[in-house]
Design a protein around this ligand. Sequence first.
Ligand SMILES: *Cc1c(COP(=O)(O)O)cnc(C)c1O
Length: 224
Amino acid sequence: MSSTASIPASLAQIRARIAEATDRANRPAGSVTLVAVSKTHPAEAVVEALRAGQAVFGENRVQEAAAKFPALRPDWPALRLHLIGALQTNKAREAVRLADVIESLDRPRLATALAAAMAQEARRPAVLVQVNVGDEPQKAGVPRAEAADFLRACREEHGLPVTGLMCIPPVEGDPRPHFDWLAGLAARHGLGVLSMGMSADFEAAIACGATHVRIGSAIFGSRG
Ligand SMILES: *Cc1c(COP(=O)(O)O)cnc(C)c1O
């Protein structure tokens, strides 16, 4: 994962590691989607990845995504954009316009804003509820204890197209108990999408059932 390795070579390496981890977990080939996190990297880097066959990208800021992705869509119809960062309510409408998946729904006011934005835009990107699995005070995500009620509200009261869950476990310690907990919550609520695992821990996440892994630095190099 040296920052000087080429994007196609890094992508090939990550895809091979995803395939191995999927196989080790006795899961079907192709059941894990790589979300290539291109934040802070220029549109040229995204194009390099697209040329190497990568279709799904993640960005964590709406403004940055707006500057890079709409211009690429005409030439790359398979492109899918996931918004994975903390989302302000005043950016909800632009997020709904831009994204194919919004991974970071974590509070009631944002649920209200996204539901209104989807009605205004007549566009319904899939939504993941982000859970603060470590209950860390500084971190985004709905607290564990509130996750079940929040999920019900998002689906039943706000009518949002919630398809799954997302988490960023604590940096310290074993992430697997957090991944397992999130997988259990998804199963109890009949949710098929589990976005968990980053450059440092995606193989563990795949062993615990991740359907989407979000990988940035191991593909595009370190962020400056
Ligand atoms: C940046 C980011 C990633 C990718 O992190 P890397 O360590 O570069 O792989 C994944 N998920 C979220 C929410 C991010 O903000």
